[in-house]
Design a protein around this ligand. Sequence first.
Ligand code: ADP
Length: 281
Amino acid sequence: MASTDPPDLTHALEASRREAHELRAELEETNRGVLALYAELDAQADQLRQATELKSRFLAYMSHEFRTPINSIRSIARLLIDRVDGPLTEEQARQVEFIQQNATEFAEMVDDLLDLAKVEAGRVEISPAWFEMVDLFSALRGMFKPVLTNPAVNLVFEEPRDVPKLYTDDRKLSQILRNFISNALKFTPKGEVRVSALLQGDRITFSVTDTGIGIAPEFHNTIFQDFAQVRSPLQKRLRGTGLGLSLSKKLAELLGGSVALESEPGKGSVFSVTIPVQLQP
Ligand code: ADP
């Protein structure tokens, strides 16, 4: 008959107690390590948050401080152009127009920077409301009427068909479309810029199709990034800030959607934004 030898049992018990003790010590050590790692990660996340916050604050301050002097340059240039203080020579008029044009571009750049800083700081408020597509298109048509100076280019707004009322932030949507349309007009020497809307289930896609110079495939991925610009003679001459499209992308994301591009050099481009018909809270 087998019997347990008490000294053996004590020995085995002692061994497993030691093992358990070692295991516990090891676990505690691992635990301390994990806690230390967590603390480090927390500190790094904190630093990252602070850096992002600083960057956004810097951009916001800078943009804000720039606005006053730029606006005074623009007002003084306007006074000179309107000959309020007397006549200008042809050359002076040309120079003042140049100052005015540059100050306007500068102001637009500051506005874009400020908007981007706000988006990045999570300080953009989305205020959805119900509205009709037709009203949005007619507001856009009105906005672009004064700047349609090239008779070789037609700006067409397709009558939206079967499009229900939308529930989203119409001002943000309008900002995205304005950017697409003004780019399309800038880079289309002749032909057409067409704005259309297509409903697909619970999402709607707005497209701005132009018959302009197009964009080479190697730029399709980068064009929606901050400061991205395309290297080509016309694109260089009409240099903007390279911020408009990245801002549009971020605004589209805030509206629960996305932006897309299809383009072929020499044929034209289609910039589109797809958003939910009804913005979810
Ligand atoms: P910006 O127009 O201020 O430079 P954007 O971010 O709006 O900045 O556009 C980035 C670049 O993309 C433009 O500089 C231009 O080279 C190119 N681009 C944008 N839209 C078009 C278009 N419709 N056709 C051709 N090129 C375009």
